[in-house]
Design a protein around this ligand. Sequence first.
Ligand code: ZN
Length: 133
Amino acid sequence: MTIEKGFNRKYNCPICELRAWLIKRLELNEELPPNETGFLGQLGEEIKSMGFTRGGDWKYCLDSKSGPVIDDKTTNKIPVGVEIPGYGIMTDVCPICGTVYSTHLSRIDAIIKPRLERPGLGGRDGPNPFFSN
Ligand SMILES: [Zn+2]
């Protein structure tokens, strides 16, 4: 699978999705409650409706991380202006089964910018050859 530029997907709990599929496939007389948002996402919507958040597309979740995909020991080898792959990940907890899962995954490409370093100190691997004033 290639992760194309602009990749951006939303996910539901994989355990509940599988359980719903099995219930349908085996024609069981059982229903799962709908779950469009994780536990913390639902609590976030509650406080959003109270007007105590930024509004818009603000979302609350268990954890969220983003950044470029780099090897810290070779960062200085990447020239300024080069575009490298980056990521955005949000996780939450399923309020039905307790599974921690990814609610959003996205590819966020980033362009290497000049590093601001204090003169004479250099980086961990020595002075950045791409640094310029
Ligand atoms: Zn679940």
